[in-house]
Design a protein around this ligand. Structure first.
Ligand code: KIV
Length: 282
């Protein structure tokens, strides 16, 4: 794998600014011990900002259900909604690898249903799709990979199975569950996943899975031993006061947005907006 001379640091397996991150860059970055970044995005304006910041992967997560559409879970999200969001994010992204979630109900019947759904997401601009689950998804992962559609896996806490898992709980704590998760990860890697999200998994188990795989693991609530980290962008930017325990707010954008809206409201009400410069002459 050729490396890139970067003005910002040592040679990298990732492309320089302005060139797109592709699937083959992910395993190459892992092989060189380079950490990767992923953030969710659901619209064009936000995607262009996160892409310009140098984020390696943008995920149109089905967390759009909780974060943007006001649902209490990801379960109501439709494939049509994911297609609209994927088109918006992909249209505004020049560097990041664009990954789109297959929503609940769009792939569980098997490879044929998964292929039809994934084709819609790829036509909307996704470079790869993500699906949840372990051994039962192996034939689907193989079929999509053979059809030329890169697949990202998702193990640990899988939100689409929240009813089965009995709520938002850390997964893989018992010896048996940890062995099962490692077996699922290995099976998905053999089937061809290009990366694997590990959500709410004990950090030592996530580190073991990371060591066992040639493809990168992408942790969320899975500790620093993963090859990449992903956060929901609104958690990362501090859009709300609440955040999950495993997330960090790298800004207070919600507070800044509210302040901007309060300033706008006040300026309209006191007549200082719009000024003469912000108006057209006849
Ligand atoms: O939908 C989503 O945002 C996700 C991430 C939490 C990985 O699947």
């Amino acid at each position: 794998m050729a490396t890139t001379d970067s003005p910002y640091g040592p040679p990298s397996a990732l492309p320089p600014a302005g060139k797109p991150v592709r699937v083959h860059h992910l395993a190459a970055a892992k092989a060189r011990g380079e950490r990767l970044t992923m953030l969710t995005a659901y619209d064009a304006v936000t995607a262009s900002i996160l892409d310009a910041a140098g984020t390696d992967m943008l995920l149109i997560g089905d967390s759009i259900g909780n974060v943007m559409l006001g649902h209490g879970s990801t379960l109501p999200v439709s494939l049509d909604e994911m297609v609209v969001a994927t088109r918006a994010v992909a249209s505004a992204t020049t560097r990041a690898l664009v990954v789109a979630d297959l929503p609940f109900g769009a792939y569980e019947s098997g490879p044929a249903q998964a292929l039809a759904s994934s084709v819609r997401l790829v036509k909307a601009g996704a470079n790869a799709i993500k699906l949840e689950g372990g051994a039962p998804r192996v034939t689907t992962v193989r079929a999509l990979s053979e059809a030329g559609i890169p697949v990202v896996g998702h193990l640990g806490f899988t939100p689409q199975s929240v009813n089965m898992l009995g709520g938002f709980r850390v997964q893989g704590r018992s010896e048996e569950a940890a062995a099962g998760l490692l077996a699922d990860a290995t099976a998905l890697a053999e089937a061809g996943v290009i990366a694997l999200v590990l959500e709410m998994v004990p950090q030592d188990l996530a580190a073991s899975v990371t060591q066992a795989l040639a493809v990168p693991t992408i942790g969320i609530g899975a500790g620093a031993g993963c090859d990449a980290q992903v956060l929901v962008w609104t958690d990362m930017a501090g859009m709300t006061e609440w955040k999950p325990r495993f997330a960090r707010q790298f800004g207070q954008v919600g507070v800044a947005l509210r302040q901007a809206a309060e300033d706008f409201n006040a300026a309209v009400r006191d007549g200082s907006f719009p000024s003469a410069e912000e108006s057209f002459a006849s």
